[in-house]
Design a protein. Structure first.
Length: 190
């Protein structure tokens, strides 16, 4: 299983680690991974039961179908849904901030996200952030909501921006989960 982490160099600087370096550091066999899959993986934290180097951050929760249905059925707060994504994009709670406080970009936040959103975006409340999230899902993985959860969509009376943004969040989380299991699932899309 792959693991994406931030390594600290001998001067204490944090830098992003690419897949090739990860394979070398963990003595993994070479993998054939598409460029889009590699970019997506570099934007995510991938949980593994391996000893972690200094500076690594492991996600404390997994993404189960039950959790995803809770998001779709509006059983989790908007904030909780955002935090599921923020963690995987490398955003971290501000040190000393109260619960519910800001989450600034961390050392593993992809550059395009950190520049566009230095503070974690409210995906359910902000359309531009959700559009960016949608565009970051590799094309071959955009149908996972139907394929894995058999989600048929919302009824007309449920079709409001807040609910459709929740569906987008679930779609992104499904893509994250699939690429955790199969790093080349996105194919050769560039």
């Amino acid at each position: 299983m792959l693991l994406a982490w931030a390594l600290t160099d001998r001067w204490g600087s944090v830098r992003r680690t690419g897949l090739a370096e990860l394979q070398t550091q963990l003595s993994l066999p070479a993998l054939s991974v598409s460029r889009q899959s590699e970019r997506f993986l570099q934007s995510c934290f991938i949980h593994a039961n391996s000893p972690l180097p200094r500076g690594a951050r492991v996600l404390s929760n997994t993404i189960s179908d039950e959790l995803l249905w809770q998001v779709l059925n509006d059983e989790l707060s908007d904030r909780a849904v955002c935090e599921l994504i923020w963690q995987r994009l490398g955003y971290q709670p501000a040190p000393g901030a109260p619960e519910g406080g800001p989450w600034p970009a961390g050392p593993l936040t992809p550059t395009e996200w950190a520049e566009a959103y230095p503070l974690a975006p409210e995906f359910i409340a902000e359309r531009p952030a959700t559009v960016m999230l949608t565009r970051s899902i590799p094309k071959p993985l955009k149908q996972l909501l139907k394929q894995e959860l058999n989600f048929g969509g919302y009824t007309i009376d449920q079709l409001v921006p807040r609910r459709t943004r929740r569906a987008t969040a679930v779609s992104w989380l499904l893509a994250w989960r699939r690429l955790q299991q199969d790093p080349d699932a996105a194919g050769d899309q560039a």
